[in-house]
Write a protein that binds this ligand. Structure first.
Ligand code: IPD
Ligand code: CA
Ligand code: CA
Length: 271
């Protein structure tokens, strides 16, 4: 199957998943649970993961899957074999609180590199797609990053972990960014933050998150012209495209200045 055909299938699945997410909200009775001590999860996260997983298994039997709710085991990440990486609902807190920044994210990885990705936002009616080496689109129209060259004029997206103790150290870098950039956005869905960089609504994004949060969006941002990387070097022997610690994704011109600024913040040079 060509990459275009894989993307077409992934997009079809993401659209149906999106219809189920919308229908669930309209139905009104979400079951809210807590996993890993502090993470919100609903019955719809699990049901949509099951739907996507069954579809992928029937179309691509035997291909491995990393999905947030049903197959979150990351042991296979250094493997070279094909892998589907799925977040059934990115933005669960938004979903449960009635906000619109919610997405289905599906990526296909081969030899440790993301080849195709789709991020579908059912409430916003936007579908972002990307194919390695071929470009990125929103609702089938080509997209590209903003022309922002100066940190001072840049709007930066970020997010915070569920673990509240892990939030405190991030305040220093937040302080540095707020003092040197136009402003911050915390929209609550990492996949959509990356797509926002891809289509120029944000000029940069930084966060630490899981492969299912960013695999598709990172490809889409890169294909739209973003520079993608990490604030600190990745450990050896890990597929860097699936390594989510201290991700940094920006217009090419602000990448280095934002990286320095974040490091300065981390080192305590801001309060
Ligand atoms: C979360 C969102 C959020 C980010 C968190 C993620 P979830 O994903 O992407 O924006 O800040 O780090 O865990 O839990 O809604 O799938
Ligand atoms: Ca997520
Ligand atoms: Ca999720």
């Amino acid at each position: 199957m060509t990459l275009e055909e894989r993307l077409e299938q992934a997009t079809r699945i993401a659209h149906e998943a999106g219809r189920r997410i919308r229908a669930a909200r309209e139905g009104g009775s979400l079951q809210r649970n807590i996993k890993h001590g502090n993470e919100l999860v609903t019955d719809i996260d699990v049901a949509v993961d099951r739907y996507i997983s069954e579809q992928l298994e029937s179309l691509f039997p035997g291909e491995a899957r990393l999905t947030e709710e049903l197959s979150p085991d990351r042991r296979d990440l250094s493997d070279e074999k094909p892998l589907w990486v799925v977040d059934p609902i990115d933005g669960t807190v938004n979903f449960a609180h009635g906000h619109h920044h919610v997405a289905v994210s599906i990526a296909w990885v081969d030899k440790g590199r993301v080849q195709v990705g789709v991020v579908h936002a059912p409430f916003l009616e936007e579908t972002f797609t990307g194919i390695r080496g071929s470009g990125a689109w929103c609702n089938d129209e080509p997209i590209s990053v903003s022309g922002t060259r100066e940190l001072d004029a840049s709007l930066i997206g970020t997010g915070f972990p569920y673990d509240r103790d892990a939030r405190f150290p991030l305040l220093r870098r937040l302080h540095a960014v707020l003092e040197n950039c136009r402003d911050i956005r915390r929209n609550g869905a990492a996949a959509l933050d990356l797509c926002a960089v891809a289509c120029g609504r944000l000029d940069g994004y930084y966060e630490s998150c899981s492969p299912w949060d960013f695999a598709a969006g990172l490809l889409i941002a890169r294909e739209a012209g973003a520079r993608t990387g990490h604030v600190y070097d990745c450990p050896e022997g890990i597929a860097t495209e699936l390594y989510g610690e201290n991700l940094l994704v920006c217009t090419p011109e602000i990448y280095s200045p934002l990286k320095s600024l974040i490091k300065k913040g981390d080192s305590g040079q801001y309060r």
